[in-house]
Design a protein around this ligand. Structure first.
Ligand code: NAG
Ligand code: NAG
Ligand code: NAG
Length: 323
């Protein structure tokens, strides 16, 4: 008997030590490594900010945006009436973000700007994946990440115009999927090139793997749609200087302009339309939930794009990335 309890005690001890080692490992991983490179300070922070970059010297996203905050923002996503129950989670978001944190996603500016960028990006995501229209409980902005795909696609979204660059794979269907839903073969092709996943042959990955779905969305946020245009990220964090033409078109370095560059005249330049207002409302709601406060969003002129001219009018020639 004594022998057995001794053995059990030993096993418990061993388990405890292993546990402590694991915890220490996790801490080590978060340690900031610093170097000077060509006179500039650069850092690495474990797997989350994993190559030498000035941005990695700042707090990482998981430092400023915790799992409970993700749960607050997307509190209804796993309710039985939602359409992607069990799919979206915090961990997938952080894993996906890690690919772009060394490039400045959620790591630019100080903590306030970092939290605002996370809120702004997730506001686009929340609005585009919401099933909150006409509901029910929690209010219309509590239902982000309700979908991960278009429910009843009426077509395959295969456009022959791009049959050389991004030919449709046999049997594949390019209906809307993901966190900032992607439609059409050429958009799947471009996003797949961006995140180095073969989405053209495997469009289904976007509805099977939440990390890939978030990666594609963050790629869209971080990448200009056309040459000579800013990314939504550059606009939001103030890394873009509007030209005279931009100023004439009422496009400034604002949240409103992120909607313009991503959706053009489907959302902007049409006055106070619902597709625009719902994105703005998600942003304000998320700022409140994160404890930042909606007053930090700035005045309405910075939120709206109601009077802006579109960067990419639908009438202009298509590019492999406009939707
Ligand atoms: C890191 O954060 C500080 C403020 O805490 C900010 O001034 C600096 O610009 C940030 N670094 C980068 C590369 O954005
Ligand atoms: C999801 O995608 C990520 C990134 O490509 C990959 O590391 C992970 O293994 C995938 N998960 C599953 C369950 O396939
Ligand atoms: C500014 O707008 C005018 C008129 O639309 C256009 O012809 C010109 O090319 C634009 N300039 C730049 C730098 O985009």
């Amino acid at each position: 008997m004594a022998e057995i309890s001794k053995a059990i005690a030993l096993i418990l001890m061993a388990a405890l030590v292993a546990n402590l080692a694991l915890m220490a490992g996790a801490d080590d991983d978060k340690e900031i490594r610093v170097r000077k490179h060509k006179g500039k300070k650069e850092c690495i922070q474990g797997w989350e900010c994993s190559w030498w970059s000035a941005y990695c010297c700042n707090q990482t996203i998981s430092n400023v945006f915790a799992v409970y905050q993700f749960e607050n923002l997307f509190s209804k996503r796993n309710w039985p009436i939602a359409h992607a129950v069990g799919f979206w989670d915090y961990h997938s978001f952080i894993l996906a973000a890690a690919m772009y944190e060394p490039l400045g996603f959620g790591t630019t500016g100080g903590k306030l700007m970092q939290m605002k960028e996370v809120a702004a990006f997730l506001a686009h995501v929340g609005a585009k994946t919401s099933c909150g229209d006409g509901v029910i409980t929690g209010g219309p902005f509590a239902w982000g990440l309700c979908f991960n795909k278009e429910m009843s696609p009426m077509q395959d979204y295969c456009d022959d115009f791009y049959k050389y660059m991004y030919p449709c794979a046999p049997g594949a269907s390019y209906y809307g999927r993901g966190a900032l839903p992607i439609y059409w073969n050429y958009n799947y092709g471009a996003a797949g090139d961006g995140i180095k996943v073969d989405l053209l042959h495997h469009p289904e990955y976007l509805e099977q793997n939440a990390t890939i779905a978030f990666q594609a969305a963050i790629w869209r946020w971080m990448t200009p749609i056309k040459k000579n245009q800013p990314s939504a990220h550059d606009i939001f964090v103030g890394h873009w200087k509007p030209t005279k033409n931009d100023t004439l078109a009422k496009r400034g370095p604002t949240f409103g302009t992120t909607m313009n560059v991503l959706y053009g005249e489907y959302t902007c330049g049409q006055g106070e339309i619902n597709p625009m207002n719902t994105i703005i409302s998600h942003y304000l709601y998320y700022l409140d939930l994160l404890g930042v406060g909606r007053e930090q969003a700035g005045p309405n002129e910075e939120l709206t794009c109601a009077e802006q001219e579109a960067f990419n009018p639908a009438s202009s020639p298509k590019t492999a990335a406009s939707s």
